[in-house]
Design a protein around this ligand. Structure first.
Ligand code: NCD
Length: 322
C-alpha cells in the first residue's frame, strides 16, 4: 500500500501516490455515506479521542461522525474543562490519555508544531486537525477531493487562493498539496496578509483580485483570521470587501465554469458575497463539508491499518499476542 504513514501531521510528509491512495478510498466512502446504511467496521474495537484546544464546529463534528460510521468508540474531550485549566501541560495531558490506550488521537491546537510534539510522546496514530498557522491536512485533502470530483482531475489546474494567506493553515496545506500535484497556484491578497518569501513555494502573488482571478479554474476564499491578528492588517472590513471580497463582478474574471470554495466559517460580506456563497451553480462549499467526512474516514481507516500492522509485527517480535 502506498500510504505507509503512522500519523497524519501534515501534507508536507505525504507523497503524491499516498495522496491519491487516500482520495481513492475517500471516493468509496462518499458512496457509503450516500447509502442508507452508512456504516462499516473498519475501526471496530478501536478508540478515537478528539482533543480540540481551539473552537471548531465542522472539523470536530466531521471527525466524530467519521469515527462513528467506521465503528470506533469515539470520545470528545472538553479541553476547556480539562486539567489544562489547572496548569497541566499538553504533554502531561497526552500521556494521561495515552495510558487509556487510545488508537487514534485527533488534535487541534492554537500553537504551530504542538501536534507534532504530541505525536512523539504517544503510541497511537495522531491526526492533525489544525495547529496554529502550520497545517490542516484533512482540510487540504477534502478540498482536493472536491476539486478532483468537480473538475475530473487534480493536476494542471489554475487555482487562486485568496485573502488572509499569512494566518491560514488551510492555505499552507493547500499550497503544499496542490503544488505536489502540479497545479498552477496564484495567491491573491493584501501585501500585509502575504507571508514573506512566499514566491519560493513556486506560486504567483497578486494584490489585485481581478488580475489574479483571470482564467482561474478554482477560486478558494479564506476567512479573515481576526483572532490571529494583533494589529491593523487591513484598513477596514468595508475596504477589504471592496478590494478582496469575492463578488459576481470579480468572479467574472475567472473561467465561466470556475468553482468557488471556502473552508468555513464564512464572514459573509467581508471575504465573500452571500449570494455567491449560496449559488449552487458556482459554490461547492456544501460539497466540501460532505467530502470532509469521507476524507476523514479514509485517513483514519488507512492509519488504523498501519497501526494494526505495526502492532502485529511488534507482537511477533516480542512473541506475545496483543
Ligand atoms: C479552518 C481552520 O480552522 O483552520 N476552518 C475549518 O477547519 N473548517 C479555517 C478557518 O478557521 O478560517
Amino acid at each position: 500500500m502506498s500510504f505507509d504513514a503512522r500519523h497524519l501531521l501534515g501534507i508536507e510528509y505525504l507523497r503524491p501516490d499516498a495522496i491519491r491512495t487516500l482520495l481513492d478510498l475517500a471516493d468509496r466512502y462518499v458512496d457509503l455515506n450516500r447509502s442508507p446504511q452508512k456504516h462499516s467496521t473498519a475501526l471496530a474495537g478501536l478508540t478515537q479521542i478528539n482533543m480540540f484546544f481551539e473552537a471548531s464546529t465542522r472539523t470536530q463534528a466531521s471527525f466524530e461522525i467519521a469515527g462513528k460510521r467506521l465503528g470506533a468508540d469515539v470520545m470528545n474531550m472538553a479541553m476547556q474543562a480539562s486539567s489544562l485549566k489547572k496548569g497541566e501541560t499538553l504533554i502531561d495531558t497526552a500521556l494521561t490519555l495515552n495510558a487509556m490506550h487510545p488508537d487514534l488521537l485527533v488534535v487541534r491546537h492554537p500553537h504551530s508544531g504542538a501536534v507534532n510534539l504530541l505525536a512523539e510522546k504517544v503510541n497511537c496514530a495522531v491526526l492533525n486537525a489544525g495547529d496554529g498557522r502550520h497545517e490542516h491536512p484533512t482540510q487540504a485533502l477534502l478540498d482536493a477531493l472536491t476539486i478532483r470530483r468537480k473538475k475530473g482531475r487534480l493536476h494542471r489546474l489554475t487555482v487562486a487562493i485568496c485573502g488572509d494567506i499569512a494566518h491560514s493553515r488551510v492555505a499552507r496545506s493547500n499550497i503544499l498539496l496542490l503544488g505536489k500535484m502540479e497545479n498552477r497556484l496564484r495567491l491573491i491578497g493584501p501585501p500585509t496578509l502575504m507571508p514573506a518569501s512566499i514566491e519560493e513555494f513556486g506560486v504567483e502573488v497578486y494584490d489585485d483580485m481581478r488580475e489574479g482571478l483571470q482564467g482561474a479554474d478554482v477560486v478558494m476564499m479564506l476567512r479573515l483570521q481576526k483572532e490571529r491578528m494583533d494589529g491593523g492588517f487591513i484598513p477596514s472590513e468595508r475596504e477589504y470587501y471592496h478590494r478582496w471580497g469575492l463578488d459576481a463582478e470579480k468572479l467574472s474574471q475567472a473561467k465561466p465554469d470556475a468553482i468557488v470554495m471556502h473552508p468555513g466559517p464564512m464572514n459573509r460580506g467581508v471575504e465573500i458575497d452571500g449570494t455567491i456563497a449560496d449559488d449552487i451553480n458556482r459554490s461547492v462549499i456544501q460539497e466540501q463539508v460532505e467530502m470532509g467526512v469521507a476524507v476523514r474516514m479514509a485517513a483514519m481507516d488507512l492509519l488504523a491499518r498501519n497501526l494494526r500492522a505495526a502492532r502485529e509485527s511488534e507482537g511477533d517480535a516480542k512473541g506475545v499476542i496483543i
